[in-house]
Design a protein around this ligand. Structure first.
Ligand code: DHB
Length: 391
């Protein structure tokens, strides 16, 4: 099989890439090892920056998001049992949309299939070949048979564990990584909203986050041991932990309800350099992982993809290669800025196991500063809504 752009990975990065290329008359094929059902049901993050929302809307895949998503104009930082609002829109001029990543994935798959796109589900990319030539190849396995997809370019949108990044030879890539001594315990619960806006809280027992998916479904997280098993926690224990960490002086209480999904995710910061090799271009988690505290992951992937689409368009329509050559430069500068913001939010809002109090008091001082200085709050807001990453 032949195509112009061979895309490894059918998550948000690969799907948006395929969608945008299609709108510009460039053909692509997606090779994705998961089934459509699994892709559409994997629960991930849910905060879309203004720019991501605009892009989905402008390219015709925002209709359900506008109907079912919730627009938020601020977030709350809670510490010392008191809430402080950061008015994102007033400070930075943008808003965020709460809409689950797998809902975005559903909308994109449906739009791509309506346009007769080739998405090969349950097809495992095994290896990449001839990346330094003009005709790179993706070898994949589907239905117990080996196949080859020949293309002009390969887009590596296959996440942290995919084959694309490791196809850049060892000597040609540098990886930067930081691991954290905690993870996030995440739940979905059938309960009414407890707050109109997201709450990020630091408590002596650690971080907690109150988010939402719909008026009936709530998403919450709390800092935990990354080696723990979600099954060790009963619903009662989970609610008790969340109630304790979010408690306020004025008797605020979290609405509880049946928990129908729970899991633990580890936390790491990661960046690979360069993000390209020969005719291979990495986008999203294949190139960088940010801690979830800044809600940047998917938004950063969308920015990579936009940069790649502009570069591919310039190459196909005008024979220009400078944007492609600059891809790593453009994306990496931005990725480090997002990395910094995510690391900063993480450092400010989590208890570190070896901290004997010094760091916790610094964190409280930082939170007081951020919530009382307009300049500091604006800095948070610009990063959170994403204008800090605009070119
Ligand atoms: C959600 C996830 C995040 O990582 C975050 O910072 C805020 C919200 C969520 O899943 O709703």
């Amino acid at each position: 099989m032949r195509t112009q752009v061979g895309i490894v990975g059918g998550g948000p990065a690969g799907l948006i890439l395929s969608h945008l290329l299609h709108l510009r008359g460039i053909e692509s094929v997606i090779v994705e090892f998961r089934s459509r059902e699994r892709l559409e049901s994997e629960v991930r993050a849910g905060v879309l920056e203004q720019g991501t929302v605009d892009l989905l809307r402008e390219t015709g895949v925002g209709e359900r998001m506008d109907r079912e998503g919730a627009v938020h104009e601020g977030i709350e930082l809670r510490f010392n049992r008191q809430g402080h609002r950061i008015p994102l829109s007033d400070l930075a001029g943008g808003r965020i949309m709460l809409y689950g990543q797998h809902e975005v994935v559903k909308d994109l798959i449906s739009a791509r299939l309506d346009a007769d796109a080739q998405i090969l589900f349950e097809a495992e990319a095994v290896s990449l070949h001839d990346l330094e030539s003009q005709k790179p190849t993706i070898r994949y396995r589907k239905d117990n048979e080996d196949h080859e997809l020949r293309c002009d370019f390969v887009a590596g949108c296959d996440g942290y564990h995919g084959v694309c990044r490791s196809s850049i030879p060892d000597g040609a890539r540098t990886e930067y990584e930081r691991k954290y001594p905690f993870g996030w315990f995440g739940i979905l619960a059938e309960a009414p909203r407890s707050s109109e806006e997201l709450i990020y809280t630091l408590h002596e027992r650690g971080f907690a986050l109150i988010s939402t998916r719909s008026p009936e479904i709530q998403r919450m997280y709390f800092q935990c041991d990354p080696e723990d098993d979600a099954e060790n926690w009963s619903d009662e224990q989970i609610w008790e932990e969340l109630q304790t960490r979010t408690e306020t002086h004025d008797g605020w209480a979290l609405n509880e309800g049946p928990i129908f999904e729970k899991g633990i995710v580890g936390m790491r910061s990661f960046i690979v350099e360069p993000m390209q090799y020969g005719r291979l271009y990495l986008a999203g988690d294949a190139a960088h992982i940010v801690t979830p505290t800044g809600a940047k992951g998917m938004n950063l992937a969308v920015r990579d993809v936009r940069t790649l689409v502009e570069a591919l368009q310039a190459w196909y329509k005008k024979g220009q290669s400078d944007l492609l050559e600059n891809y790593t430069n453009t994306c990496l500068r931005r990725a480090w800025k997002a990395q910094r913001f995510s690391w900063w939010m993480t450092s400010m809002l989590h208890r570190y196991p070896d901290d004997e109090g010094f760091q916790h008091n610094l964190q409280l001082a930082e939170l007081e500063y951020v919530t009382s200085s307009r300049a500091a709050a604006t800095s948070l807001a610009e990063n959170y809504v994403g204008v800090a990453f605009d070119e």
